[in-house]
Write a protein that binds this ligand. Structure first.
Ligand code: AMP
Length: 142
């Protein structure tokens, strides 16, 4: 499958669709998942047009992985979850639904169900507050 410029994350990168942005640099964008699996569910994407991990440059991937670790630390400090899940899916049979490479940072709490699909749209006010909360910790993480 080749990269489709009309996917929703490409639109977010071009400013054609809204997002609750946590952080942005030359190589990556970090924003809140619109249908979070838990409070604080955050996504990290490269700006490079890569549909999955098999198609991204090693340079961009390295940067995005480092950013994913920073975000995981910030989410951990902001929400104090019992665990932090990092997820990354490649192609539809693996569960990928948006075909622009992304890493999920998902806080997990003991005893909570761990669904990976079928969530509800979050309240925009809540997403905005969570983006700000994560950003406050992220700025202090190298
Ligand atoms: P995946 O199943 O790994 O492809 O994950 C795609 C993720 O993108 C899901 O967790 C969706 O909730 C999320 N998502 C879809 N559209 C948007 C959007 N417009 N803004 C933020 N997150 C989105």
């Amino acid at each position: 499958m080749s990269y489709d410029d009309d996917n929703i994350f490409a639109k977010i990168l071009r400013g054609e669709a809204p997002a609750h942005v946590v952080d942005e640099d030359d190589v990556s964008l970090t924003f809140m998942d619109l249908m979070p699996q838990s409070e604080g569910h955050t996504l990290i994407i490269p700006k490079e047009s890569a549909e999955d991990i098999l198609h991204v440059s090693t340079e961009a991937l390295g940067h995005v992985i480092r950013q994913t670790q920073r975000v995981a630390k910030a989410v951990d400090q902001a929400f104090h979850p019992d665990g932090v899940m990092i997820a990354q899916l490649n192609r539809a049979p693996a569960g990928q639904t948006v075909f622009h490479l992304h890493f999920h940072v998902i806080p997990r709490w003991s005893g909570e169900a761990m669904p990976f699909m079928a969530r509800e749209m979050a309240d925009p006010k809540n997403l905005k507050e969570n983006a700000e909360k994560i950003r406050r910790y992220l700025i202090n993480i190298v």
